[in-house]
Design a protein around this ligand. Structure first.
Ligand code: ATP
Ligand code: MG
Ligand code: MG
Length: 348
């Protein structure tokens, strides 16, 4: 059987490895740090991202390379790409690694994004604030997740103070979008260009971290159709292979694209409880060149992330009816750390 190489050993890599195993594939994780994924994979290359020898050995042991983390250094990918296909491809990684490139790419497709300005320095921030007004959100161009690397600028926030809060990193300033709800589309595209979407989910965040995803999202039929169509345009423009998460704001004047994630996505975890083929299997099918599966939703569901102290509720969650529990096997519980998720089927 073929072996799938997974860059990144977090919970997403772990769930990909489980899905791969169910389809008869072997998996090899590449991860320098702790790797919950290593518990379920066939092997773990524990080495620095730019360790040439380790990368060569890893490439030699796998047939195709995928990733669960979009910030894998370009140098790592250059070394791997010389000998093995990387799916999804480099085009998607380039736009997803940099918020400025991402915004420009999405705008270039004719999609709506939050108003934004390039902020390379404090002078640019002052000018951008004058143009976009307050409140606004300053976001580092690279490496942000779970709301990290972001600062909201209200009337009382000084520009210098905000710039210091992101340590003077290259950034963009975004206008605050007034939305009715946040949704996401989990879209999959196969090697032949075949594209399927899971039903859009409605997301609630707290302190920048996803708390819950509910399906169905409270959308009109035309909003639902717009969401699915725009996700299809994004993946086809990138000649994408694999699963992508597309985060959207639903507003009174249409959908605004927040960001894209070139990988399986936290807001797609409900699919394991409510679809015959979930996002993880769909991703493995896509990158292995298999036909995509049936992602139709057969239940209504609410997925809740279990973060930090939420783990204290484990007995209650274990006793809850219609609830599928998924824990990531992380040794240590920390505030803000995603420890697992629980998906409750609310109607079937
Ligand atoms: P993720 O963990 O999803 O990668 P992230 O750190 O990349 O998160 P964003 O998705 O940019 O962060 O922002 C986190 C949340 O903050 C969004 O889901 C949304 O709730 C809010 N937010 C971000 N940008 C805006 C905006 N321009 N207008 C309104 N709300 C916003
Ligand atoms: Mg993000
Ligand atoms: Mg986000």
């Amino acid at each position: 059987g073929a072996t799938i190489g997974i860059l990144g050993g977090g919970q997403l890599g772990r769930m990909l490895a489980m899905a791969a195993a169910r389809l008869g594939f072997r998996t090899q994780i590449y991860e320098p740090g702790d790797a919950p994924a290593a518990q379920v994979a066939n092997g773990w290359t524990r080495a620095a991202w730019t360790d040439e020898q380790a990368l060569a050995a890893f490439a030699g042991s796998v047939d195709v390379v995928t990733y669960e983390w979009e910030n894998v250094p370009a140098e790592t990918l250059d070394l791997l790409e010389a000998s093995r296909p990387i799916r999804p491809g480099r085009a998607a990684l380039r736009v997803a690694q940099d918020r400025l490139d991402e915004k420009r790419f999405l705008e270039g497709l004719g999609l709506t994004v939050a108003p934004f300005r390039d902020v390379p320095d404090l002078g640019a921030l002052t000018a951008a604030l004058a143009e976009l007004g307050r409140p606004a959100i300053l976001k580092t161009r690279r490496l942000g997740y779970d709301g990290k690397g972001q600062v909201r600028i209200d009337d009382a926030t000084g520009a210098a103070e905000a710039f210091a809060a992101i340590e003077g990193a290259d950034a963009i300033l975004e206008g605050v979008v007034t939305f009715d709800r946040e949704i996401s589309v989990i879209v999959a595209r196969g090697v032949t260009g075949e594209t399927v979407c899971f039903d859009p989910g409605e997301n609630v965040h707290a302190e920048g971290i996803l708390r819950t995803t509910t399906v169905p999202a409270a959308l009109t039929a035309s909003q639902r159709q717009d969401a699915v169509l725009l996700a299809g345009r994004i993946v086809s423009a990138l000649d994408y292979v694999g699963v992508m998460g597309v985060e959207l704001f639903a507003t009174g004047t249409g959908l605004v694209v927040n960001e894209i994630a070139p990988r399986v996505h936290n807001s797609g975890h409900w699919t394991e409880a409510a679809c015959a083929v979930d996002q993880f299997e769909q991703h493995i099918r896509a990158i292995a060149g298999l036909p995509l599966g049936d992602g139709r939703r057969h239940a209504d569901a609410v997925m809740e992330n279990l973060i930090g102290d939420d783990m204290d509720r484990l007995p209650e969650l274990l006793a809850a009816p219609d609830t599928r529990l998924h824990l990531y096997g992380k040794a240590e519980t920390r505030p803000g750390r995603k420890m697992g998720h629980a998906t409750r089927l609310t109607r079937r």
